[in-house]
Write a protein that binds this ligand. Sequence first.
Ligand code: SF4
Ligand code: FES
Length: 384
Amino acid sequence: DGDSRAAEISAPEAPAPEALAPEVPAPLGLLAELTHRCPLHCPYCSNPVELERRSGELDTATWTRVLSEAAALGVLQVHLSGGEPTARRDLEQIVAHCAEVGLYSNLITAGVNLTRARLEALADRGLDHVQLSVQGPDAAGNDRIAGLTGAFAQKLELAGHVRALGLPLTLNCVIHRHNIDGLEQVIELALALGAHRLEIAHAQYYGWALRNRSALMPQRAQVEAAMATLERARSAHQGRLVIDAVVPDYYARLPKPCMGGWGRRSLNVTPSGKVLPCHAAETLPGLVFDNVRDRPLAEIWYRGSAFEAYRGTAWMPEPCRTCERREIDWGGCRCQALALTGDAANTDPACHKSPHHARIHSLAETEADEDTDFAYRGYSKSKA
Ligand code: SF4
Ligand code: FES
């Protein structure tokens, strides 16, 4: 009718992404943090200490729109994450929509409260991959770190269902002082469960993990032993199990190319719709984050001020500015630079060229000797 014609005529034309910023590559991956709700309480969680409540979460229609926009933008893979994404009752619709728009969907789950029937329903709707976390290689250790009795048994059961349904399985274990000595058993567990990939993810100190750093930091000798175990396991199980791992930052000589470079490969959408260049970006002062409720994803990716802030190399100070690795690691991690040097624009102190480098080694060694209790992840009591 006439009204809708008028609306069509006056609607602004969506700018073509390449016109927005031809030098910027399209993102490949999107981390969809569907919710911060989670039955587990892991102290190493990288979610912010102030967790988003259910009332602030995006609804189904907004998520499906965002996923369509992501596919149009060039995203290939969506990691359905959280919190625990299965806490969303509309996960089936979200998965179905990923399949509809041609996005490869990876469910990142703690494997608790996910029945075989529901997993089957997700597989029927086109779920491509499951990434299951374990907190340790046995029930006692796993459940203590997860803060939930019986979690380990449920995870093993779920892994069986994933394989029985023919879905590829990645096992993920965040490594820290309390489970690093069990690395050999984690690898055996991955093999026993029929996992295709094992991610040995040394704790990254953001959000809850930063709060718990002195309770989690491993000792240098533990890290060295773990690296040797990994090397042995990689060659022993070649062709059967892919093992991904990186050196933990605080004991590293070179930084990780965090997120594959700021605003280069991937983006995060928080439960309430904020679009972040990385999961900890909200800790950086002075950045303004666009929300998918207000602006198309392509515009946010190509033109959002938070994405432009540290994209490329122009923002870099010395020693990064003239370093031959500046387009390899992109200066490391902005959030770590902020947390450890007070300035997000500094070289990541995990780099041996950073003037702060020696200090993070000694900080790690001091904290590794501290006997600190876990602050388990959860909603703050004052607002509960
Ligand atoms: Fe990377 Fe900067 Fe260190 Fe060079 S100086 S290795 S670019 S962090
Ligand atoms: Fe934010 Fe690395 S976590 S840049």
